[in-house]
Design a protein around this ligand. Structure first.
Ligand code: 4NP
Length: 160
């Protein structure tokens, strides 16, 4: 079985594409490409069709991470297509819970930082959109820690 993970933020141009690219790199490092598929989406539609934010791409590139894709809005069908919908902050989580068609779908939603054992319970990935460049560095650090924990969780749960 292929495990499918979708990272979700507000615009799908900063945090969730960063998490998607970070997770993809970690999955490739342990040669699980093909077993774990990764995507991202936004709860808002303002940036649909746009490439990831230039500042997010620049910060990731300095770490050898390539952020790609075009923004899309999350749809109810994503609850069928994905096993995990990973929210960046509480607002994203609430929006996903509202969209979820049933309880099984709701249980697929979790905050990224809850997979990081060193992170406080229910901590958020802060929105870097209106801040300075250091916000994007922080998003990368947080995404790496969260994605490492998420990957460990998936490997344990699905014996990969
Ligand atoms: P993201 O960042 O949710 O991490 O992609 C944002 C991008 C755009 C906006 C807010 C957050 N916006 O208000 O347009």
């Amino acid at each position: 079985m292929t495990i499918r993970v979708c990272f979700v933020c507000l615009g799908n141009i900063c945090r969730s594409p960063t998490a998607e690219a970070t997770m993809r790199l970690l999955v490739e490092e342990v040669e699980l490409r093909g077993r774990i598929e990764i995507d991202s989406a936004g709860t808002g539609a303002w940036h649909v069709g746009e490439p990831p934010d230039r500042r997010a791409r620049a910060a990731a590139k300095r770490r050898g991470i390539d952020i790609r894709g075009r923004a899309r809005k999350v749809i109810v069908g994503d609850f069928e297509d994905f096993h995990y919908l990973i929210a960046m902050d509480q607002a994203n989580r609430i929006d996903l819970h509202r969209l979820a068609p049933n309880e099984a779908a709701e249980r697929k939603v979790e905050l990224l930082r809850n997979f990081d054992a060193d992170s406080p319970r229910d901590a958020e990935v802060p929105d870097p959109y209106y801040g300075g460049d250091d916000g994007f560095e922080r998003v990368l650090d947080i995404c790496e820690a969260g994605c490492r924990g998420l990957l460990r969780h998936i490997r344990d749960m699905h014996r990969l």
